[in-house]
Write a protein that binds this ligand. Structure first.
Ligand SMILES: [Mg+2]
Length: 240
């Protein structure tokens, strides 16, 4: 096993579990179910709806203040983006929009999957004496349900959820608090996650190592101002 730090902070969604990755495919699949309701009878019409909904979603997720608010109510955010997407296509129908959005929320929930090497990697790190934290954005109820479903609670020395702590990534206070709870200085800690801004750029500002989890090989964003300390495609690379 390569040299390990005193502490590692893990992201949850799309790092330990597969949750929201590759939304294009999931939306396309779901919108096919509603094809008759949407009067969308071919792939092209379905795709027009998908693009409208996803662009509306992107618009408020790109707004940092809006995103911080909606992260605590993702089903509500989905309803809003579908309502706006349908309205943009001249087919405003809030009742239908909410049914589609709620079906998407349920589809995603049923398809959450633990990454196959997540438990083994985390357990090996813990056995090696590394202090471990799970640091996740989102609402308490939603995130706690995932932590329970995937048997994660007992594996970590500290669990920090945005909806409980009161602040979310990339606020530096989030990482400072987690480090304090683990009693490890920033220079001896890694943050591992799939969000470039939250899990590479922000923790590096504190002197932590930002390990970017890039399972689909997306590559470093062209506009990136910071380079990840390391890029991994599988969690198990941390203990090889
Ligand atoms: Mg994530």
């Amino acid at each position: 096993m390569a040299a390990l730090p005193k502490a590692i902070l893990f992201d949850l969604d799309d790092t330990l579990i597969r949750a929201y990755a590759q939304p294009e495919e999931a939306w396309t699949r779901l919108l096919h179910v509603f094809a008759a309701h949407l009067d969308a009878h071919d792939a092209q019409s379905i795709d027009r709806v998908r693009v409208a909904v996803m662009e509306e979603a992107r618009a408020f997720w790109n707004d940092r203040a809006e995103a911080a608010k909606w992260r605590l109510n993702i089903p509500g955010a989905r309803r809003l983006s579908v309502r706006r997407g349908l309205a943009r296509l001249g087919r405003a129908d809030d009742e239908l929009a909410d049914r589609i959005a709620d079906a998407f929320t349920e589809l995603r929930r049923t398809e959450y999957r633990l990454y196959p090497d997540a438990h083994a990697t985390v357990d090996a790190l813990r056995d090696a004496g590394v202090r471990l934290a799970l640091v996740t954005n989102g609402a308490s109820e939603t995130q706690r349900a995932k932590i329970e479903r995937f048997e994660l609670a007992h594996r970590f020395h500290h669990i920090q959820i945005e909806g409980e702590f009161g602040q979310g990534k990339p606020e530096l206070a989030v990482y400072r608090h987690a480090l304090e709870r683990l009693d490890v200085p920033a220079a001896d800690a890694w943050m591992v996650g799939d969000n470039y801004e939250w899990e590479v750029v922000a923790p590096q500002q504190l002197g932590m190592c930002g390990i970017w989890y890039d399972p689909f090989g997306a590559g470093v964003p062209a506009h990136a101002t910071a380079q990840p300390t390391r890029i991994i495609k599988r969690l198990s690379e941390l203990v090889e």
